[in-house]
Structure formats: C-alpha cells, structure tokens
Design a binder for this molecule. Structure first.
Ligand code: NOJ
Length: 511
C-alpha cells in the first residue's frame, strides 16, 4: 500500500517538470477545431491551367533533389483535383451533419469546422506580379472555399506558405524589399476576391523560419548570407504590417475578419536546471525565435535580445551594422495583429555558446544556432518521432503557451500547427499519433483552463499525409493516409482521425 502511494507521489511530483496528471475538462464554448495543409505539400497540379513556377517547383526538380527520397510535389496528394474529397474528410472528422440535407443547406456544427490551407501565389499570379491574374487559380480557390462553406467548414487562409513565385526569387527573394510591394498586391487581390467568405487570414506561415532556415536562399544552392537573413526579417515584418493596414482600412469595414501571422514556437529550457546561464540561454533563444517577429508586431521594436544578437554578429564582422526601425516604421508595425498563430512541434535544452571564431560558409543549422546563440540538445529519454529534430514533450507545449501569455500580454492565440511525424510503414493504426494529440491537447487544456492562456483555435497538422520539404514522403503527419503509389491518391482515415473526431465532438475530455 505504502509503496503504491509513494510511487504515485513520485509520478505526480516529478521534479523534471514532465506533465502532471491528465485533466478531465472541456474547452470554453466556441473553441474551434480543425486541420491544416500547405499548398505545395498537397495540391500537385504544378503546371496545370496556367500556374507559374515557384521556388519549390524549381528546387525539387534539381538533381539531386534536396528531398531525401528524391521526390517532389508535382502531384503530391493531387488536392488540386481532389479537393472535394478533402472537404468530405474534414466534414467527417469535424462531426458536421446537415439538417434536412439536401433540401436545405442549414448545417449543424457541433464543435468543429475549420480548415487551414494556403494559397499558391504562382497559381493565382504566375509571375508573382499583378501583371496577369490566372482565372483558373481564382476558380480553384473559389471552388474550395465555397465547398468548405457549403459543408459548414470555416476557411482559415494562409496567404503565403513558403512557395514563392520563382521570378520573385530571381530578384533576391525576401532580401529584396521590392517584395513588400508584390506581396501587398497579392494580398489585395485575395482579400478582394475571397474576403467576403474568408474571415481569418494568416499573412505568412512561420516568417521566422522563412528567414532563419533560409528556405528562400538555399533553393538554387546560392551561399546564404547572414545580411540577407536579417534583411529577410525586415521585409517580412514590413510586408505583414503593410498588408494588415490594407485589410484594416479597406477590407475590414465590410468584410469584418481578422488578420494575424503564425510563428514557429519551440519551447527551450536550460539543460542544467540549476545553472542560471543555461536558463538565460533558453530565455534568449525564446526571445529570438518567437520575439524577433512578435516583438516588432506587438511592441513596435526589435526586443533587446534581437538587438544584442545583431550587435554581436556585426562586431564579429558577420553582418553589417543594423539600424533600428525608424519611428515611421515602428508606427506602421506596432499592433498589426488580431491574433498570433502558434506552430508547436518540439522542445530543446539550451546551453550558452561561447564561439567567437569567424565561420566560413554557413549551413542552415549553423545559421539557426548563430542567431539563437545557444547549443541545443535533447534528453535521451524523450520519445523520438520520425523527424529527427522533433521529440515528444507535451509539457513544453503548456510552457510555451504560458511564456507567450506572460511576455506578450496574453494575446489571442490560434494554434495552427501541432502534429506527430510518423512513417508510412506505421500504417493506419497510428497509436503514437493518437497518444501525441491526446497528450498535447491535454496540455493545451491545462494552459487554457488552469493558467488562463487565451487560445481560441487548434488545427492539427495535417489533414493528409503530404509532401514534407526535405524529407519528401518518407515521413508523414496526416491523420488521413494517402496512397502515393496509386495514381488516384486514395485517402483512408487513420485511427488518429477517429480519436480527434471524438475530442472535437467532446470539445476536450469531459469527465
Ligand atoms: C512547419 C511547416 O509550416 C510545415 O509546412 C511543415 O510540414 C511542418 N513544419 C512539419 O515539419
């Protein structure tokens, strides 16, 4: 008996901060559930109906292709042709049923119903510029949006999820501030065209990753310049702000929606819990990872950690000295969000770095570490996933949500990506993914109900097994399997789809 009590106590009070007991409770009414995808990762149809080329069409056709299995997204899930089936799957997982269907289109939504997808810029504007609008691109997204709404599912639209039109990469990509103008034109067009039905817009998917991991720069093997990386941050921040104001002044008065952006938000904690230097390194990494973009948007300026990072890099001769935002720029960027999007996948341990040597050609990982100024590691006991860098640490999710709440004034947060990386051979009975989502959603529930974090949306990454940038089709995040050897790209829900269906329906975990 005593042994039992002792073991239970030890489990409940684990000093390493692992998650405590499971919370049986539900999310506040109106909490929104759904699933997500990225245009290049699911659409296929890479040359169909007048679509222009984007950076991924280019890079994944290179030999050797940077995807480990040598594949590309030419066909991917073929969602360009099979979007109606995707919507049916969403409707099924979202528990949406119709009253008197098909006589009336009144639908009954339990606690579900959002689909987060992104627009392929070059499908709509083949050159990336507003010189020619491709009617087939407009038609495709009109059909998808209409079909979602007819089926009771609200669209959340990411305007840009990394698939930059190739001609814009040709002029330097996001390191060229001419892109502010092109992105604003693109956003204007899509607000004008789809904004009567789309009420939540995400300007950029993970702008912090676009720059930090140089997705824009590595596409044609060009060496990555740190100056370009820093310039990229400025261009994205200013583009976002310009588009926010455009929406605010021109479209919001009659469309009444919301605009935000979503950031990659890992959790960092000190490697040695008793070493204040490690804790400092974690705070620094968080303030750069999340704050490099969030601080300008929320407070109007780069935070102290970002400024110190830039000074450090300039002192070492790695970048040219950087200017603060001008007063006019600050005034333009402050407060340009209605919600902040959170993409959460993993947790890392931090230690301070003490390297001062001047590195030669930088790999993407080195750039990442140089910006964050930390050494990263993981605990050996953390469960692995099929993406080497992603470990299963549910408690990190509650912590990053709380950290954002306390450092950034309890903003409305939409969790737009959270998912488990598996392998095709794991099949339809994806118990690990089921365990992952139950545990992570439960930590989010604690953040909302016990800690008062203001989360309003959770979209699972991803609806389908889809193309994953560097890993091709060797890993998957989908709750619906896609048979990539079948030309028809047959879709089959996995066990995780059934489990999520229940969580969505229950709005959490009722006792
Ligand atoms: C974040 C990206 O937005 C998404 O495109 C990718 O599939 C996931 N990370 C998983 O790596």
């Amino acid at each position: 008996m005593w042994t039992f009590i002792l073991v239970t106590l030890v489990i409940l009070t684990r000093a390493d901060g692992e998650e405590d007991s499971f919370l049986y409770d539900v999310f506040p009414p109106g909490f929104q559930w759904g699933l997500g995808s990225g245009s290049y990762q699911v659409e296929g149809g890479w040359r169909d109906d007048g679509k222009g080329l984007n950076i991924f069409d280019n890079v994944f056709h290179q030999i050797p292709s940077p995807a480990v299995d040598g594949t590309n997204g030419d066909i991917a899930c073929d969602s360009y042709h099979k979007y109606a089936e995707d919507v049916s799957l969403l409707k099924y997982i979202g528990n949406i049923v119709f009253d008197n269907w098909p006589r009336s289109s009144r639908y009954h939504v339990f606690e579900a119903g959002v689909y987060r997808f992104s627009l392929s810029w070059s499908r709509i504007l083949p050159t990336g510029r507003i010189d020619y609008i491709n009617p087939a691109g407009i038609e495709y997204y009109n059909n998808l949006i209409n079909f979602l709404i007819a089926n009771g599912i609200e669209p959340i639209v990411t305007i840009h999820h990394w698939d930059l039109p190739l001609p814009l990469d040709g002029i330097g990509g996001w390191a060229n501030d001419e892109l502010i103008h092109h992105f604003t034109n693109f956003a204007h067009l899509v607000f004008h065209t789809f904004g009567d039905r789309v009420k939540k817009w995400v300007t950029f998917n993970e702008p912090n990753i676009i720059c930090m991991l140089g997705f824009v720069f590595k596409v044609d093997g060009r060496p990555i310049g740190l100056n370009e990386v820093i310039k990229c941050f400025r261009t994205l921040i200013l583009s976002h702000a310009r588009v926010y104001h455009l929406y605010d002044h021109v479209f919001r008065p009659w469309q009444g929606g919301k605009v935000g952006t979503n950031l990659a938000a890992y959790w960092f904690e000190g490697k040695d819990p008793n070493n204040p230097e490690d804790a400092k390194a974690a705070e620094n990494a968080l303030q750069i990872m999340w704050g490099l973009i969030a601080s300008p948007l929320v407070f109007g300026y780069f935070n102290r950690e970002t400024r110190q990072m830039m000074e450090r890099l300039a002192k070492r001769g790695l970048i040219s000295p950087q200017k603060e935002f001008t007063l006019a720029e600050s005034a333009e960027i402050i407060g340009t969000w209605d919600f902040l999007g959170v993409n959460h996948y993993s947790t890392y341990l931090t230690e301070l770095r003490k390297s001062t040597s001047k590195p030669g050609n930088l790999t993407l990982d080195q750039i990442f570490l140089l910006l964050l100024d930390v050494n990263l590691s993981v605990k050996p006991e953390w469960v692995s996933t099929s993406t080497p860098d992603f470990k299963v640490v549910p408690s990190g999710f509650r912590r990053i949500l709380n950290w954002i709440k306390w450092r950034y004034g309890n903003p409305e947060l939409c969790v737009l990506e959270n998912g488990y990386s598996g392998r095709p051979e794991q099949g339809l009975e994806d118990y690990n993914r089921v365990a992952f989502h139950r545990a992570y959603i439960n930590e989010m529930l604690k953040a909302v109900k016990l800690d008062g974090v203001n989360v309003s949306v959770y979209t699972v990454w991803s609806l389908l097994d889809q193309f994953e940038m560097e890993l091709g089709y060797t890993v998957n995040f989908g709750v619906v399997a896609v048979n990539f050897t079948d030309l028809d790209r047959t879709r089959t829900p996995k066990l995780s789809a059934t489990c999520l269906k229940q969580i969505f329906k229950d709005n959490g975990f009722p006792r």
